[in-house]
Design a protein around this ligand. Structure first.
Ligand code: NDP
Ligand code: MG
Length: 385
């Protein structure tokens, strides 16, 4: 039995990870479950999966759970400190990193340092802390299995040891505003941006998908995971989300990964790797596909993608600043404090003021992240809608 810790258990990836666990009885043991504010769901999950420990990272939610007087049948810890202490206390074989945002970085780094394999959904970890992740991984030998559908696809298309990989073709649905005029994008509301055409995901990544910042973060993620230069990562808009990404080789061969837009498939692959196991989830029916389209992304309408490429190429602390600023921008947009097109404007403004430096440690990364967030808050404060 593979022993799992699932961080972000109450979210979109977390709950789908538990569906994968359900599909393979006897193969996985859920040892640690962590959620942030949704203590009710975490409690239900504890009652169903009997973990050794649950962690509520949001203190008020922790208090509410305690007041409930319902015995979850396991240890209950609080806060990020609780997550770190659970990792020290309980034996696990794999950590599923599915917290949203930069909060996921610290426990992910700790797991890697401890030599625990990682099923990684939290792309912010690699974007902001790529250097630290690589060092921790090299030291301990822990593996990173990508959960992000595009990176899982690329991981499966890359032939081990191949010397003639030309480029990665990273596919993007294009989001809900792919066909909109640029002028209309200034009027986009949170409700409109939260309606993704193909995927059902958490709020932050759904907004990132609408601005194409998500694809930008994925470009940086791909650079870290596969060591492919930015010049050799091509973003390709593919509205049907059937091809999850491709790899082109020097002999002209292109290997593509196709499948339904169902995150349980890449989650499962990360959990069962190197095995590929049959599951009961719906399969692709080619006779029902109307056609597959491909376009270049529109960098003018979606400047976030260009900003991410630029931050990735600059390297050092630039991607961490891009990431921190973007998290504040997305939260401000959701609260209707800034407009949709202000998201890339804010991120560009913060990145421009930053003088990139090598990230020395996790404490240093936190300092840079805090600086980026403070600058972003300043932009929001001075902004007039
Ligand atoms: P959700 O918003 O659905 O879930 C986020 C999870 O993280 C929840 O369990 C939430 O707890 C928890 N969380 C939120 N804030 C904090 C915090 N400050 N500290 C600790 N935990 C926190 O997000 P998704 O599941 O969609 O995404 C999770 C990660 O996976 C993101 O990094 C995203 O980019 C990545 N990803 C997601 C994909 C998807 O299809 N959803 C695809 C590819 C990558 P609670 O709900 O209890 O408050
Ligand atoms: Mg993705």
């Amino acid at each position: 039995m593979k022993r799992l810790a699932i961080l972000g258990a109450t979210g979109s990836i977390g709950t789908q990870t538990l569906q994968v666990v359900d599909a393979f009885p006897g193969q996985f043991e859920v040892v640690i479950l962590a959620g942030h504010s949704n203590w009710q769901l975490l409690l239900q999950q504890a009652e169903k999966y009997h973990p050794a420990c649950i962690v509520v990272t949001e203190p008020t939610a922790y208090e509410k759970l305690k007041q409930e007087n319902r015995d979850p049948g396991c240890a209950v810890l609080c806060g990020m400190q609780g997550v770190l202490s659970a990792l020290d206390t309980y034996q696990i074989d794999m950590l599923v990193g599915a917290m949203s945002g930069a909060a996921g970085i610290e426990p992910t780094l700790k797991a890697l340092e401890m030599g625990i394999d990682l099923a990684l959904a939290n792309k912010e970890t690699l974007v902001a802390g790529g250097d630290l992740v690589r060092k921790a991984q090299q030291k301990s030998g822990a593996k990173i299995l990508p959960v992000d559908s595009e990176h899982s696809a690329i991981f499966q298309c890359i032939e081990p040891g191949s010397k003639c990989l030309n480029k990665i073709l990273l596919t993007a649905s294009g989001g809900p505003f792919r066909t909109w005029d640029k002028e209309a994008l200034y009027q986009v509301t949170p409700a409109q941006a939260l309606k993704h055409p193909n995927w059902s995901m958490g709020q932050k990544i759904t907004i990132d998908s609408a601005t194409l910042m998500n694809k930008g973060l994925e470009v940086i993620e791909a650079n870290w995971l596969f060591g492919v230069d930015y010049d050799n990562i091509q973003v390709l808009v593919h509205p049907q989300s059937i091809i999850h990404s491709m790899v082109e080789y020097g002999d002209g061969t292109v290997l593509a990964h196709l499948g339904k837009a169902d995150m349980r498939i890449p989650i499962q692959y990360a959990l069962t790797w190197p095995e590929r196991a049959a599951n009961p989830f719906p399969k692709l029916d080619f006779t029902k596909l109307a056609g597959l389209e491909f376009f270049d992304p529109d960098y003018d309408k979606f400047p976030a993608l260009a900003l991410a490429f630029q931050a990735g190429r600059t390297g050092k602390s630039a991607p961490a600043v891009l990431n921190g600023a973007n998290e504040i921008a997305v939260a401000a947009f959701l609260k209707e404090q800034i407009g949709f097109m202000d998201i890339p404007a804010l991120v560009g403004w913060v990145v421009e003021q930053h003088n990139p430096v090598e990230i020395e440690s996790f404490a240093h990364l936190l300092e840079i992240d805090r600086w980026a967030r403070n600058q972003a808050e300043l932009f929001v404060k001075n902004h007039k809608k």
